[in-house]
Write a protein that binds this ligand. Structure first.
Ligand code: DHB
Ligand code: FE
Length: 282
């Protein structure tokens, strides 16, 4: 069988990758952010995942506004990093785990989530950023990944309620995966927290909402399902809607969760930067 060792939620601001490439982690601007990953690394050494299911949003690298799946699952043997024009280092392709991908697709379809299946998928900073933050010393990451893409970039977004249900279905699908020995699955939620990059509210951050949301993820993860897509834009900013990836990755831990690590720092670029680790309480 397979089981979830925990969920890591992480901001994916592109500038972080340049800071790593330039070895600026100890600079005063960056230190409070990078310090938040020390206990995440210690925890990863303990739980030793075999594969990562990474819930993220695509930023126009793979899907553009002309074709926008609400939910997509990568089923590719490998995922190449496309050049987005941010000037960030391009990384080696990540290996996929097609067998787990197809199992997820079949289980999700059986639960009436009509996901788009992608046998080719480019990945952008929403994948490379958390991977680099979690395994900074690795020149190339050899841990296989299964990317799950949630549309947080174009209205209408999937509702928080639907993302919560998707996360639960992913959690059940992982439990029903047949593997010997047991496969240790890390969930990753990539994006957030509050931020808005454009328009008259560019630079918008909402600390009170971020903290309430993150608190809810431990004890009452369905709390945020009361908000519509429009509400989430109002509360968290137009890109803060990326918090739906955190919600999905949390909901895959079915039942109670315990907080292992948490760091919050304002701002990194235009973003309220958050790093959270939850593990199953049982
Ligand atoms: C920034 C944040 C994002 O989520 C993103 O995708 C790109 C840029 C930023 O704050 O710079
Ligand atoms: Fe983003």
């Amino acid at each position: 069988m397979a089981r979830i060792v925990g969920s890591v939620m992480s901001t994916h601001v592109p500038a972080i990758l340049n800071a790593i490439a330039r070895h600026e982690e100890a600079d005063p601007y960056w230190k409070p952010f990078f310090d938040g990953y020390e206990n995440v690394h210690a925890w990863l050494d303990e739980v030793r995942p075999d594969v990562a299911v990474i819930v993220h949003n695509d930023h126009g690298m793979n899907f553009f506004l002309d074709k926008m799946p609400t939910f997509a699952v990568g089923c590719a043997p490998e995922y190449r990093h496309g050049d987005e024009g941010w000037g960030i280092p391009t990384v080696d392709p990540y290996p996929g785990h097609p067998d787990l991908s197809w199992h997820l697709v079949e289980a999700l379809m059986a639960e009436e989530f009509d996901v788009t299946t992608c046998q080719e998928m480019l990945v952008d900073h929403a994948v490379t950023n958390p991977m680099k933050l979690l395994w900074p010393e690795h020149e190339s990451v050899t841990l296989p990944i299964v990317p799950v893409t949630v549309n947080t970039v174009m209205f209408p977004y999937p509702s928080a309620k639907r993302c919560f249900a998707l996360g639960e279905a992913i959690g059940r699908a992982i439990s029903s995966y047949d593997a010997e020995p047991d496969l240790r699955v890390l969930m990753i939620g990539s994006g957030g927290l509050s931020h808005q990059l454009e328009g008259t509210r560019a630079g918008f951050i909402n600390k009170a909402f971020d903290l309430r949301f993150v608190d809810s993820l431990t004890e009452e993860p369905a709390w945020v399902t009361q908000f519509s897509g429009e509400d989430l834009v109002k509360e968290a900013g137009s890109q803060g809607v990326e918090l739906l990836t955190w919600l999905t990755a949390r909901a895959a831990i079915i039942g109670a969760a315990r907080r292992v690590a948490w760091n919050y720092h304002i701002p990194i670029s235009n973003t309220a930067a958050g790093t959270l680790v939850l593990e199953p309480a049982a």
